[in-house]
Design a protein around this ligand. Structure first.
Ligand code: ADP
Length: 422
């Protein structure tokens, strides 16, 4: 197969968010969980996103995983490469955004790329190189308290420079507003100064289209999912992508459905409450699980009884004070892992009982479910809410999956997803 755009994403639900953007711009897109195992048949697509779990790994591991993904994408004929990370630039002075970007540049024998995490639709904008979340600077947005990647500086130039061997420059909004030719000229000027990286300002989707157009000849682009908005048009202009492409078609996957929620993000808590008003639900309890109670078996028996009457909801999601209580008793990581393993076990049991459509809330939770089900890849379909599409698995058994990162989706997300399942 020959693909146009080869993407590497540093987490699973972020990869789906990127794939969703590409599909909406008319590129048929497949998401793979790591490079495909030998012998796996990857369906025809114009874009492939290799999803990794490398965001918070030691840099050397993140680099090795990213280079393996790059090698597979090069082998599949990709013409251009995109390294996708979070729109809040989640990283530390050790990495992994800078080290991975430079390893990819080296492997591609290139000396220049851009870094643009802007995602205006979700309030992430960049002005003079400073990243905003809504009206707040990144370092005042709550991200300064992130448990793994606290963001205490908002200057992307400083943040990236701390992680890279080479110098970092800035293309500010006055240049972006002047159009693609001026942005290209700014890239050339920074390159001539020996800068390997350019942070590029973006305040709205129009800016991202301008930047995308200016990136037509770059081998490697790095950014958030918003940055992918302007890339498909370059292929269309070059006659490589049809004008009327319908990229979001999925095969029908009939069968019972269920919702699993392991996210405690505010958006998900509201979605759990909303679905609970009209559908039966079962809450897992980390402390009882830790005490050895067979919550997986109990949840499964309960859910299988519910299936003939409609989709059940099983959730670990809990209010912050309950999460804190469980974490105080069990430890933060242990509580999380215990519940992720339970959710994975329940997903496996549900599929064995004939469930074919699963809505899963939570990034880590989705990762655990995908892993236990042995899913190697998904085809991306129509969007349910911004950033979250329905997908169907490659290989057998064919399942329909909606994998939602915690903070995504409107309050009626679960019910809406079930209504429009493929
Ligand atoms: P999000 O996308 O919202 O970050 P994740 O699934 O990535 O969701 O992360 C949520 C984490 O919280 C998981 O490790 C999950 O197992 C854990 N978790 C879920 N419910 C609870 C709870 N009630 N107490 C403690 N941890 C929980």
């Amino acid at each position: 197969m020959t693909i146009l755009l080869g993407c590497i994403a540093d987490d699973y639900t972020g990869a789906t968010d990127l794939a969703n953007t590409l599909v909406r711009q008319g590129m048929r897109t497949v998401q793979l969980f790591g490079p495909p195992p030998p012998g796996m048949i990857v369906p025809e697509a114009e874009a492939v996103v290799v999803a990794l779990k490398s965001r918070t790994n030691p840099p050397a591991e993140a680099i090795a995983q990213s280079l393996a993904a790059l090698e597979w994408l090069q082998g599949a004929g990709a013409e251009q490469f995109f390294f996708k990370y979070c729109s809040t630039f989640d990283s530390t002075p050790q990495g992994n955004i800078g080290p991975v970007a430079e390893a990819l540049l080296d492997a591609l024998k290139q000396d220049f790329t851009i870094a643009c995490p802007a995602f205006p639709e979700n309030g992430r904008t960049i002005c003079y190189g400073y990243l905003f979340v809504g009206a707040q600077l990144l370092s005042e947005s709550g991200m300064q308290d992130h448990p793994l990647t606290p963001m205490t500086d908002s200057s992307l130039v400083r943040l990236l420079a701390a992680q890279t061997r080479h110098d970092v420059g800035l293309v500010d909004h006055r240049t972006v507003a002047a159009g693609p030719d001026q942005v290209k000229a700014a890239f050339a000027a920074l390159r001539a100064e020996g800068k390997y990286h350019a942070i590029v300002d973006a305040l709205n989707d129009g800016d991202l289209l301008t930047i995308g157009s200016a990136c037509a000849d770059l081998k490697l682009i790095t950014g958030g999912s918003g940055m992918a908005l302007g890339l498909p048009e370059n292929f269309r202009r070059a006659g490589k992508l049809s004008l009327d492409a319908v990229a979001d078609q999925l095969p029908a996957v009939p069968g019972p459905a269920a919702v699993l929620s392991g996210s405690c993000s505010q958006a998900t808590l509201a979605q759990v409450a909303r679905m609970g008003q009209s559908r039966p639900s079962f809450q897992l309890d980390a402390i009882k699980l830790a005490a050895g109670e067979d919550q997986v078996g109990a949840a499964l028996n309960w859910a299988i009884e519910q299936l003939p009457h409609g989709p059940p909801l099983i959730y670990a999601s809990a209010a912050p004070e309950d999460v804190r209580a469980a974490q105080d008793r069990l430890g933060r990581a242990q509580a999380g892992e215990l519940l992720e393993a339970a959710m994975a076990g329940i997903a496996k049991g549900l599929v064995a009982a004939g469930v074919r459509r699963l809505v899963v809330a939570g990034g880590e939770t989705s990762g655990a479910v995908v892993q236990v089900l042995g899913v190697t890849g998904i085809r991306i379909g129509p969007q349910i809410d911004p950033g979250v599409p329905w997908t169907t698995t490659l290989g057998q058994p064919e399942l329909a999956l909606a994998l939602k990162s915690g903070n995504f989706g409107a309050e009626d997300f679960f019910l809406k997803a079930l209504d429009c399942a493929p």
